[in-house]
Ligand binder design. Structure first.
Ligand SMILES: [Zn+2]
Length: 255
């Protein structure tokens, strides 16, 4: 029974943090304060009452529209809340009540914010990735599951791979294939997960990026020359790796 309550609490915590992440996703690229003013409708600017600001539930009860002006609320809001709750829950189920769970849920939230900012604006905010590299490195001195050598290697290998591929791509395609934002993002994930996991994350990211890119072009949702941001794929790859990296490595070693 206690375990069930813990599971519900961790999911609800994810929903609440996800709700705050929505504020960050909207305001960070606009250089607005993430604290003040409180939540308001982007169309009519009216302040949203606490009763209309309940994660997931309010969106359903209001049928996805602002109570005041009836303009549509983006599906991204409940999606970010649900994704955050789901990832918190899976991390908890795998790593239990541990320092690793705490750090991974904080990392996940940072990554979800970066992924959606990149999808919306094609930028990866330095205000998250740069402190992220430093925090990931400092934490490695205090946690049992990653050494500081592994953390440094993660930064160098992660940032280095994207840097080399980005430079190679810009020579071949004569335009920027991967930006400096992607380099700092890979370095940040490397600082938290170490060199093995960042290699797996990037490999999965490239694979999923290519696969989904082809699907989007074949189905004519995107054109060949359209820019598809790569950050969300690095992040998707790193989520799969931080959840199931152990299984991926032991599966690989069987060959
Ligand atoms: Zn409104």
């Amino acid at each position: 029974m206690v375990y069930e309550i813990e599971i519900i609490l961790i999911f609800v915590l994810g929903l609440i943090v996800g709700s705050f992440s929505n504020v960050c996703i909207y305001r960070i690229p606009r250089n607005e304060s993430i604290i003040y003013p409180g939540s308001h409708c982007p169309k009519c600017r009216k302040t949203i009452k606490p009763i209309d600001n309940i994660p997931l539930l309010s969106f359903i009860l209001l049928k996805g529209r602002c109570r005041n002006c009836k303009s549509k609320i983006s599906i991204q809001y409940p999606l970010v809340e649900f994704l955050t709750g789901l990832i918190y829950l899976i991390i908890y189920l795998i790593y239990g009540l541990s320092i690793q769970t705490l750090i991974y849920i904080i990392l996940s939230s940072a990554l979800i914010i970066i992924a959606f900012v990149d999808l919306n604006q094609q930028i990866i905010p330095d205000v998250i990735s740069l402190p992220g590299i430093v925090i990931g490195f400092i934490l490695s001195f205090f946690v049992p599951y990653i050494s500081f050598v592994n953390s440094v290697l993660g930064v160098v290998v992660g940032g280095g791979i994207i840097l080399v591929i980005g430079l190679g791509g810009s020579v071949i395609y004569k335009k920027e294939a991967m930006g400096g934002g992607d380099v700092k993002l890979a370095a940040m994930i490397g600082a938290f997960l170490g060199w093995r996991y960042i290699i797996i994350s990037l490999f999965l990211g490239f694979f999923l990026g290519a696969l989904i890119g082809i699907i989007l072009i074949v189905t004519k949702i995107k054109k060949r020359e359209d820019v598809i941001p790569f950050g969300p794929f690095i992040i998707l790859g790193s989520f799969i790796t931080l959840l199931w990296g152990k299984q991926i490595i032991s599966w690989y070693l069987r060959f």
